[in-house]
Structure formats: structure tokens, C-alpha cells
Design a protein around this ligand. Sequence first.
Ligand SMILES: [Zn+2]
Length: 312
Amino acid sequence: MIPDRPAGTSEPPDEKAGPAAVDKLAPIALDLFCQRCGYNLKGLTSDRCPECGKSLETVRLIEPQIPWVHRKRLGRFRAYWKTVYLAMFHQGRFCEEMARPVSYSDSQRFRWVTILHVYIPILLATICAYQLAPPEPVVMTRSFQVPGGWTQSGPPWFERAYAEIWPVAVLHVCFLLFLAAATGVHSYYFHPRDLPVHVQNRAIALSYYAHAPLAWTPVPIGLAVAAWWLAGSHELTAIGLIAAAVPLLLLELACWWSAIAGFLRDTMPGRKAHFRLVAIALPFLWLALAGVIFFGVSLVVFCVLVVFASLT
Ligand SMILES: [Zn+2]
């Protein structure tokens, strides 16, 4: 439970500023919570949390401190990577944004840019893999009736598209669907109904910045592609690259999970049971999503192909 402000609150532990300085500050108007101890700061006129002494300097700022919000001024590249750094290594500070309105559209843009950081390397890796090891020509055993009166086994592009590109395209669609689902499902846990609506909205919007660790995906994928490239000529180097890529990918996934759990802890401090439940459930939820999407979509495509084949 988030503790309510007790009656007759004691003065902040650090009283160097003195009562006169304290009185200068306007009372905090909203239900905001100290990111360290979960204390409700509403009505507070001091610059420190009366419960734990944490400085409320950034909480009292009016301007949002998320670099991504200032991307027009900072430049997109710089703003993006500054936000990634902040979200990965300073989650407590990042979650102090709960003190200000958080733009949902900005956080969604950050989420989708991050998804592209995952998907584009996978797409390029697929193209590279195809170039490095082109599949054997597939001999079609079935004739196709294609527009234009073809009654042979079909033109080469048709055979190739039918036999080789389709399965890969389906896998890519599944992967994109999985990324969209996996980067959205966590938000369900960021809006407990007992919190005020504006607090729920801020927590949900902030939670999308927790996907920041996925921005590093090009590194392990690039190492894996380089390893494949060198596998024939420099076997030891290739093994070394794979040995680096796998732990990096696992580390990235661990950081992703940890960032979401950290954001949950820091946006809603004081809810330890809720935090533990989500932290444990999240990896299983991702696995279940992957299973449902990859199996479900593949099954639908398979059924469509069976119907298509039976009609030709
Ligand atoms: Zn506190």
C-alpha cells in the first residue's frame, strides 16, 4: 500500500533551508509519490520528502526531463540515445517524470523506433543469410494455372516466391506481431484501478520507455551475421563472434525485463507484492505470446495454403 500522508507531518530531515525557505515553495497539487519510499507528496511545501529525505528538486520542475521529448531541439539521434541511457541506468530519475504530464504519443513513437531497432537488423540479417547461403532450387511437383494461360510449373519468380519467400515472410510477420504485443502487454500492469486516472496514464506512457534496452539489438545480430560470413574462412573468429553475440543478446533481454520491472517499482513505489508478481510473470507472458503468435499465425497460413492447393 502507498502510505498516506500522516497528520502532523514532521519537518524534512534536512532543515538547512529553514522554515522560511520551505514556505517559498508552492504546495504540490497532485497525488505524486516519492520514488524512493512511496510517500504521498500532495500538499507538500518543502523541497525534500519528509519520510526519507529524498530531494524533490526534479519533481518540482515544470519542463519534462525526457530527452526524447526534446528531440527537435537535441536532434533525433542524440535525443534517442540519451533517453536510452537514462531509461537503462537512471530509472529512478526517469520515473520522477510521474510528477509531470507524460506525452503518450511521444512514448509510442519511442516504442516504435525501438521496435525498428530490433526488426531492421533481423530483416537485414535474413537478406544477408539468403545471400550467403541461397537455398537449393526447389523442384515443384505441382503445376500451376497462373494468369496469362501458363500451364507449366510456373515462371521462376512464382516458384521461388511460393516455395521460399512465403515461409520467411510469415515468420517476419509473426515476429513483428510478437514485438508489437510484447512491447504492449506490460502496460496492463501499470494502471491499478485504485490509483487516480492521471497517475495511471502517466505510468502507462512512461512504461513504454522501458523498452530502451532493445535499442542495442543491432550489436548481437551484427556479430552473428559477421560470424556466419566468416564461418567458412575464419572459423575461430566466427566462434569468437558467436560466443560474444549470444551472451550480449541474453544480457539485452535481461536488461529489458529488468527495466520494465524497475519502471514498475519506481512509478508505483510501495507496491512490493504487485512488483514481484509482475516481475515473475513477465517472462512467461512473453513466452506465451510468442507461442500463440508463431503457432497461431503459422496454423492460419497453413490452412489457407491447404485450401488454396485444393482449389488449384
Ligand atoms: Zn521518500
